[in-house]
Structure formats: structure tokens, C-alpha cells
Ligand binder design. Structure first.
Ligand code: ADP
Length: 315
């Protein structure tokens, strides 16, 4: 395994790499999106899956992008697996559980406002870290693991198992990338959420928080305060997204502001952060400087928010 990018507590070598393996860990759900005629279109989405999907498009072919989760053995799970495979995402580490199925969300449109209804409480993905041997096998040979606060939230009892496997990956020279993606309704309470997020941050080489969410949960007064909190938890590179506001990077003590080009017509901000993460990471992992990597992330996000839906094919 090579680790020629960010590793441990320093940026060891920024030369980047043209090949490698990244594994995204989390939950992919069935999406039911309304059509004008009152019927629904079925798709597949979920924060870590969205990022894997955009990573597959943004990274060179010599990088493999895998997804790790659990799904059922039913026909809808079959379709999800086929969808991921067709997108070029590796599915070897997707386990099939006979007594569970995939989660689902439905997009409700009321007066052009979108809201989301979820059925995910018993989803197969909640068991993705139940088997430590399977987890270890999935992470063996991975150069980068990507996960989010939603990955942690759905795990219930298995968060320590996942964190241990990330620690082991880092000990082998691998890198952990973490988007806290705070969703308070997925957690029992704010204290448990904040503790779990900051504990996971201690295992992250890169953190990609969104200031608005962080301010609501942690009371950060500014994006800079968000960046410093993750730096103090030991994260060597923090990239703070802030909607149309400047993106803040804090890399080994150096703080920088990166302006975001305005988007004329914002149509749907679903997956803005997920797609930003993919564009940023693809550029960063292949050796681009921070400024260019942030610009690459913002460019993908700008296209994504200019169209309806999480997964926009024109990339
Ligand atoms: P999240 O979706 O995680 O809440 P943000 O809303 O902060 O993340 O957005 C992520 C990225 O998407 C931003 O850093 C920016 O690049 C882009 N973005 C989001 N909203 C806008 C906007 N109104 N105009 C331009 N870019 C935007």
C-alpha cells in the first residue's frame, strides 16, 4: 500500500497518485421521487453512495471506487446492486442479509418545497459493521476509507467496531476521510451525536464538515471555529463547506479562504456537499494543490445544485 498523500498527522507528500482504491462505507436507499402525473420514479441514493458515484466519475479509471454496505436478498436489493455495478462502483464488499432489506425515502413536494419521508429504521445497512472479519476484509488493501456521520448514526451498537477498523487502516498507512454530515433526527440525542462525531474525528485524516450543520450542533460562531474544532481533535486537513459562502481550509495550521462562484439558479441543493466531497477528494488524491481541489469540488457541486436530484449524469 502506498501513502503518498495525507497520512497520520502530517501532509507527507502531495505528489498524488494515479491509481489506488477508495472504499465508501454507509447506506444506499431506494429513492421515490414524485412525477408530475402523481406517480413516482424509483432511484437509489444516500450520502456516502452519492459521493462514491461522483468519485467514480471524477477519478481516473486506475482508481477503484468500492461501496461497503449491507442489503437484502430481495429483488429491489438486486436492482440496487445492479445500479451500483452499472455505475462502475465495486460491489464485492456489499453483504446480503436474508432477513432485512434496504431503506427507502420518499420525496414529498408541497408548493415547490421538498421534504423527505424515511423508512430506514430496520435497514440492512444498519448491520454493516456487525461482522468485524468482514469489515477487516473490506478495508484490506484500501488506500482510503470514506464515511459520514450518517454511517455512524445508523450503526447503533457497532460504532466501536468500525472505528477500530479505521484505526487499523491508518496503522497500515491508509487514509480516513470523514464528512460529519450531522442529522440530529438519526441520533438519540445531541450529546450522543456530538460525542460520536468528535470521537470519529480523532481517526480522520481529512474532515469535510458543513458549517451550517456544525453551528447548529456545536454552536460554532464561524466556519473558522468549525475548522479549528476539528483541527483540535487531531484532523490534519479540514475543509469547511458553507453553502454559497467561502470554503475554509485548515491544513496543518494554515487557514485559507476560497471563494465560491455564485450559481445563478439554484434548483435543488440535494447532494451539494456529497458531490463537493467527491470533486475535492478526486483532485486532492491525484495530487492537485488545495486551491484547485476546492475549486474542483465547488465546480461539481455547482452543476449538481443547478439540476433536480442527487445524481446528475453530466460529469
Ligand atoms: P451540504 O450540502 O453538506 O449542506 P453546503 O450547503 O455547504 O453543503 O454546500 C456544499 C457546497 O456546494 C458548497 O461548498 C458550494 O461549493 C456548493 N454550494 C452550495 N450552495 C451553493 C450556492 N447557493 N451557490 C453556489 N454554490 C453552492
Amino acid at each position: 500500500m502506498h501513502s503518498r498523500f495525507l497520512t497520520g498527522s502530517t501532509i507527507s507528500d502531495q505528489s498524488g497518485r494515479q491509481s489506488g482504491r477508495i472504499i465508501s462505507i454507509g447506506e444506499c436507499m431506494v429513492e421515490l421521487a414524485p412525477r408530475a402525473d402523481g406517480t413516482y420514479t424509483m432511484g437509489f441514493a444516500g450520502d456516502t453512495l452519492n459521493t462514491a458515484w461522483y468519485l467514480r466519475r471524477a477519478l481516473p479509471a486506475a482508481w477503484s471506487v468500492d461501496y461497503m454496505t449491507c442489503i437484502g436478498t430481495d429483488a429491489v436489493s438486486d436492482r440496487m446492486l445492479a445500479f451500483l455495478g452499472d455505475a462502475g462502483i465495486g460491489t464485492t464488499h456489499i453483504a446480503r442479509l436474508p432477513d432485512r432489506t434496504v431503506g427507502l425515502y420518499l420525496i414529498e413536494l408541497a408548493h415547490a418545497e421538498r421534504s423527505f419521508l424515511y423508512w430506514r429504521g430496520q435497514s440492512a445497512a444498519r448491520l454493516l459493521a456487525r461482522d468485524p472479519a468482514r469489515l477487516a476484509q473490506a478495508l484490506t488493501g484500501a488506500d482510503v476509507a470514506y464515511l459520514s456521520g450518517i454511517t455512524l448514526a445508523i450503526l447503533e451498537d457497532d460504532r466501536p467496531t468500525l472505528l477500530t477498523s479505521l484505526t487499523e487502516l491508518r496503522a497500515r498507512g491508509g487514509m480516513v476521510v470523514f464528512d460529519p454530515n450531522l442529522r440530529s433526527r438519526l441520533w438519540p440525542n445531541a450529546t450522543i451525536m456530538c460525542d460520536a462525531i468528535m470521537q470519529a474525528a480523532t481517526q480522520a485524516d481529512i474532515a469535510l464538515p458543513s458549517h451550517e450543520d456544525e453551528a447548529a450542533a456545536f454552536g460554532d460562531a464561524s466556519p473558522e471555529a468549525t475548522a479549528r474544532r476539528y483541527q483540535q481533535a487531531g484532523v490534519p486537513l479540514v475543509v469547511v463547506k458553507n453553502g454559497p459562502g467561502s470554503i475554509i481550509t485548515l491544513a496543518n495550521g494554515t487557514l485559507a479562504h476560497h471563494d465560491v462562484a455564485p450559481v445563478q439558479t439554484v434548483v435543488d441543493t440535494t447532494a451539494a456537499g456529497d458531490s463537493f466531497n467527491a470533486g475535492f477528494l478526486a483532485a486532492h488524491l491525484t495530487g492537485n494543490p488545495l486551491t484547485q481541489s476546492v475549486a474542483a469540488g465547488a465546480a461539481i457541486a455547482a452543476r449538481v445544485i443547478s439540476s433536480h436530484g442527487a445524481l446528475i449524469a453530466q460529469h
